[in-house]
Design a protein around this ligand. Structure first.
Ligand code: GLY
Length: 411
């Protein structure tokens, strides 16, 4: 009876206590990240030429070859964890895994060099100042610029895109994700003093803003151009539910990308776009209370129609995409720095998203999920792959968001 009363009193008292304070929260999540990453390294080091991406049907780690768009995120995660934890062992591993990407500086077959090289070598250079890393980043920026077309005013994302409707193949598709690759170009102009990289980045951002962002600040995933006339010739989706829906990770890339372009240009039109996209995400009727979106904001809505070849029909379950939430949380921490009267609100939203992701609903338990950090992301339901799984980029942006939170909290 006595212990029953103690438990009741304790429960009543605890309900008045604030949630864990921010510093303890960040510290505990980095501790967890260190355990998972070190366990993941045991697995990853056995196959150093492939890069951790997700898990397979048996729950084992699935890794990709060098050219997948995600290869920069594992070294990047090691850098972020090493930095926040002042952990030399993780830093040595970050160096090793970064060096494996060196051949990519000459890669020109898709647009994802920004993700691949800036998350790996970008962090490496920021944290060490090693000039060899800087040179590799500049060569990577040159390679990315080979995909810029002046008439279209854009960097080509993929070499072709076959519509899910089965009736068209486009040869100059641009996806909203491409905004993320521009940070590498701004870096190259600052380092070399040559404005060409920055000019290409700004032109691409302008074109994206014009054709890819709707009047209400939601976004199209894929926009295609005619390179002879420069005309926009198609707006479709590759990974979203339908052409006119809003793919959640695409919206997150846009919030992050336009915030970064505002940082680099200080042009208010990019801030307006970033805030418009962030407000659209945060105020969407279909956003669940924990602010981790379904994989597409319009999934299952009968007003939207997937292409006949899309797998979207086969997956009616309301899967969440933790990766979209992690990217958005990180972006909102930065956006809060520029948002005047709305700063505190964006910051509070970012913290709320992080608290959801760090809860047992999304965070893996130690040693589970092939040692990834977050569960419940979606790679591409339209392609029928990577559904409700951990993804390395969800982990990377979760760590980056934690680090941005840590900076606000101070030492
Ligand atoms: N950049 C590809 C994706 O977000 O899935």
């Amino acid at each position: 009876m006595k212990s029953f009363i103690v438990v009741i009193c304790c429960m009543a008292f605890c309900s008045f206590l604030p949630l864990t304070d921010g510093k303890t929260f960040v510290k505990e999540n980095f501790r967890f990240a260190s355990v998972q990453l070190k366990n993941m390294l045991v697995d990853a080091d056995k196959s150093p030429n492939i890069f951790p991406k997700t898990i397979d049907a048996k729950g084992k780690m699935h890794a990709t070859n060098l050219y997948d768009w995600t290869t920069g995120f594992f070294p990047g995660s090691l850098w972020l964890a090493a930095e926040s934890l002042h952990d030399k062992a993780l830093e040595n591993k970050a160096i090793e895994w970064t060096n494996r990407l060196e051949p990519l500086q000459y890669f020109t077959q898709h647009h994802d060099l920004g993700f691949m090289m800036y998350c790996s070598y970008g962090n490496a250079y920021r944290l060490t100042g090693n000039k060899a890393y800087r040179d590799i980043l500049i060569q990577s920026a040159k390679s990315l610029c080979t995909r810029f077309n002046k008439t279209a005013g854009s960097i080509k994302s993929w070499n072709k895109f076959v519509s899910w409707h089965g009736n068209k193949t486009y040869d100059f598709p641009v996806i909203i994700d491409n905004m993320m690759n521009l940070e590498l170009l701004f870096f190259a102009s600052k380092q070399t003093g040559d404005p060409i990289y920055k000019e290409i980045a700004i032109k691409h951002a302008e074109t994206t803003m014009k054709y890819q962002i709707r009047d209400d600040y939601s976004s199209y995933h894929v926009v295609c151009y005619d390179t002879l006339t420069g005309k926009m010739v198609g707006r479709e989706t590759a990974q979203g539910y339908a052409d006119n829906s809003t793919w959640s990770r695409g919206q997150a890339w846009g919030i992050y990308g336009f915030t970064m372009v505002y940082r680099e240009t200080k042009d208010p039109k990019y801030l307006k776009t970033a805030m418009g996209m962030a407000d659209w995400y945060l105020n969407a009727n279909s956003l669940p209370k924990d602010k981790v979106p379904y994989w597409d904001f319009n999934m299952g809505d009968t007003a939207y129609h997937p292409g006949k070849n899309s797998h979207a029909f086969q997956h009616p379950q309301p899967y969440r995409d933790a990766s979209a939430a992690a990217i958005t949380a990180s972006a909102l921490f930065e956006l809060a720095n520029y948002a005047g009267a709305k700063s505190k609100w964006y910051q509070a939203q970012a913290i709320a998203i992080l608290e959801s992701l760090a809860s047992p609903a999304y965070r893996a338990t130690e040693g589970s999920d092939a040692n990834f950090l977050l569960k419940h992301s979606v790679g591409s339901i339209a392609h029928g792959v990577e559904i409700d799984v951990p993804l390395i980029y969800a982990d990377y942006y979760f760590l980056e968001a934690l680090q941005r939170y840590q900076k606000i909290l101070g030492k």
